[in-house]
Design a binder for this molecule. Structure first.
Ligand SMILES: [Zn+2]
Length: 324
């Protein structure tokens, strides 16, 4: 990302594009490198109260229908980038409307709330570089489709954070893409959460009965689901794998890894990790937000990449996957 350029950064696959937020409105992409079903938008903004820098993220940008403006095969997108200034207790938001048409990306409009667009501060550059190198999982199949002709095995997880972090740890253990080993890490049907994950597994069980075929799957739950896990009945109850720690984020409370991922100082990160007790999601997200980064699933994945050694619990998970 060039310095001194206010911009909205679109990351798509391994490529990225900066759309300047003022001045030039059109940006060429003649080879259509950026057209991808999984796209993220980053916007750098300063809090309107304290002027601290934040990286606001929308990592699931959606195509939108804009009938009255639509011409030819112009495709419209709407990004809603969020962040939070913990010291001012403000939710920061930048909304961006943009489109692609004839090999050009066009910024249509942007609107910010509680913040103003800013230049990229030092440090955050490193993070954006890493984000764009992330291998985005092939657009995750629907469980319904997968169960109809199951290849390999399925690992059901509670949400996108879990999906990206678990995939990162499994990839590091196997030194290969989990999908290339037939391991499909899937989110539950219709959203996230432990109930949905278990419902998805029950759905697969029913398909199994219907097609009379064995389907290999495992359901991964965080430690805080322990009492819930005890209430789960039926065949699914034998396919549960509980990560002992409270929340997935508990495995990412590593000051050194966070400091490396965000190009920050370890001592500063450690101090922030000590502010919010709880030892999980809240602790991690407070620290990340205080460092100016929205705690998106991708950011958590990058931290997982920097944790020096993969936690033992994930090696146990890999063993469990291999033996289901
Ligand atoms: Zn502020």
């Amino acid at each position: 990302m060039p310095k001194n350029e206010k911009g909205i950064c679109i990351v798509s696959g391994f490529d990225y594009l900066i759309i300047p937020s003022n001045g030039q409105m059109h940006s060429p992409d003649p080879d259509e490198l950026l057209s991808s079903p999984s796209m993220s938008v980053f916007a750098v903004a300063v809090c309107s109260e304290c002027k601290s820098h934040y990286l606001l993220v929308d990592d699931d940008v959606q195509e939108v229908e804009v009938d009255e403006r639509q011409m030819g095969n112009e495709v419209y997108y709407a990004a809603d980038c969020w962040g939070r200034c913990e010291s001012c207790k403000l939710d920061l938001n930048v909304k961006v409307d943009f489109s692609t048409y004839a090999g050009e990306w066009v910024l249509i409009d942007h609107d910010s709330d509680n913040c103003e667009m800013a230049e990229l501060p030092q440090g955050l550059e490193t993070l954006i570089e890493e984000v764009r190198k992330i291998r985005v999982p092939a657009e995750v199949e629907e469980i319904e489709d997968w169960a109809e002709s199951p290849e390999g095995c399925a690992v059901f997880v509670e949400g996108k954070d879990d999906q990206l972090v678990i995939m990162e740890f499994l990839r590091r253990i196997a030194k290969a893409e989990p999908t290339s080993l037939g391991i499909n890490v899937l989110r539950g049907i219709d959203g996230g959460g432990k109930e949905w994950v278990v419902r998805s597994a029950a759905f697969v069980d029913n398909v199994m009965k219907r097609v009379g075929k064995e389907i290999r799957y495992l359901v991964v739950l965080d430690g805080d689901a322990l009492s819930y896990a005890k209430t789960v009945q039926g065949p699914v109850s034998k396919r549960l794998f509980l990560l002992p720690k409270k929340e997935l984020e508990s495995y990412l409370l590593d000051a050194k890894a966070i400091a490396q991922a965000l190009a920050s100082e370890e001592a500063k990160v450690q101090k922030l990790l000590n502010v919010k007790k709880g030892g999980g999601k809240e602790t991690l997200e407070f620290a990340l937000q205080s460092l100016g980064v929205h705690p998106s699933p991708q950011v958590k994945q990058i931290i997982a990449r920097h944790v020096v050694s993969v936690p033992r619990d994930f090696e146990r998970l890999m063993e469990a996957i291999r033996t289901i």
